[in-house]
Design a protein around this ligand. Structure first.
Ligand code: GDP
Ligand code: MG
Length: 369
């Protein structure tokens, strides 16, 4: 199989290609050209000349996510994960606060909520919706940067008295790029001087075509102050989620994302969103270059729970080191495997990878002797 060209190897090692070639010729190689491709073994041999050790491995020490299921239709449904985006001061926090309070009022929480980066509310139907909490926007961007598609639905908040503004356009761009469906919440509908028609018109200029304006994106007038339209908004999210048919395996190894990490009186904690599987106290998980034996799982009310299922936000403690926001959580079968994966990741981050195309074959790294 292909491995690495002479010039790329010279580059990785940090030697001028001409010097590199003459050194290879000193070693006995003939007719060396910059674009000759060396197999892994030869590359390792040459690298050794430059005091680099080539480390070949098949990546099995690492933990990786399971491939997505081919057919999800038999799996249990899960709550949709919703991010609220929009221009500053258009009412995002007010809407989130209303939703959170309504769930407190619904008796989910005993009145106290704490910030864990996301929260779930029951819909009128009894099904749950999970909202990524403020700063939803930056969390969304950060995870997208890491290639995570945590969000199923974006609620685009546009103040009905202010219409489309620069950050509205930004939000539209992000949702479009991430291929996430949008529901428009035309906020502050209680205020005088609202012009929902202008909002709809302005949105269509930017490619969001709402009902009656040539498209099928739902636009709902809401007020986070009076609660007007909020039930309709929840229902619209529920209907869209039902149509998108979000499902996830609850029986496989747990997988998820770290939303935020912090230190609390009872130790290092990370809030997380479970993507697949069921996480329970005692489970071993890896996130980036740290791992945890889950000591306690808490919901957003701070109440210890016995398991966390897909789409559910949860606070996890028991971390060796603080995990980074946006990293992927993967369950390991044993502590030993978790440590192995972490060691592997730490070691790999300190060494130089050879070539781009090596992913196809066994992985090789160079380590300075
Ligand atoms: P964010 O920056 O998008 O999170 O916006 P906020 O939720 O912080 O709201 C910005 C300002 O608009 C605050 O002064 C809110 O009190 C006010 N506001 C938000 N929603 C409404 C609403 O539905 N009606 C009215 N009248 N004011 C609102
Ligand atoms: Mg805000």
């Amino acid at each position: 199989p292909e491995f690495i060209s002479v010039s790329n190897l010279a580059d990785v090692i940090g030697v001028r290609p001409a010097n590199f070639v003459s050194r290879m010729e000193d070693m006995g190689f003939e007719d060396v050209h910059y674009d000759h491709v060396l197999d892994a073994e030869t590359a390792g041999l040459v690298a050794a000349e430059f005091n680099y050790e080539a480390i070949f491995d098949d990546g099995t020490a690492d933990l990786t996510a399971a491939p997505p299921p081919e057919d999800a239709s038999d799996l249990p449904t899960r709550p949709p994960v919703v991010t609220i985006m929009g221009h500053v001061d258009h009412g995002k926090t007010t809407i989130l606060d209303w939703l959170r309070k309504s769930s407190v009022a619904a008796g989910e929480h005993g009145g106290i909520t704490q910030h864990i980066g996301a929260f779930s509310v029951p819909m009128p139907s009894g099904k749950m919706i999970t909202f990524l909490d403020t700063p939803g926007h930056s969390a969304f961007l950060e995870m997208r940067r890491r290639g995570a598609d945590v969000t199923d639905i974006v609620v685009l908040v546009v103040a009905a008295d202010d219409s489309v503004k620069p950050q509205t356009i930004e939000a539209i761009k992000h949702a479009t790029q991430a291929n996430v469906p949008v529901i428009v919440a035309m906020s502050k509908i209680d205020k005088e001087g609202c012009n929902p028609d202008k909002v709809k018109q302005d949105l269509s200029v930017h490619g969001v075509h709402v009902e009656d304006y040539g498209g099928d994106v739902q636009a709902i007038g809401v007020s986070g102050k009076t609660g007007a339209g909020m039930i309709e908004l929840e229902e619209a999210i529920g209907a869209l989620s039902e149509m998108l048919d979000h499902r996830a395996d609850t029986e496989c190894n747990a997988e998820g994302w770290v939303l935020e990490a912090s230190t609390k009186s009872y130790g290092r904690v990370a809030s997380a969103l479970i993507r697949r599987g069921t996480l329970r106290p005692g489970d071993i998980i890896v996130a980036g270059t740290t791992w945890a034996r889950v000591r306690t799982l808490r919901n957003e009310a701070g109440v210890a729970i016995s398991e966390a299922t897909p789409g559910m936000p949860v606070e996890i403690d028991g971390w060796r080191d603080q995990p980074a926001a946006g990293t992927e959580i993967l369950q390991a079968p044993t502590e030993q495997r978790a440590k192995e994966a972490v060691d592997y990741r730490l070691e790999r981050s300190e060494t130089v990878k050879m070539g781009e195309d090596m992913a196809a074959i066994n992985e090789a790294r160079l380590e300075k002797r």
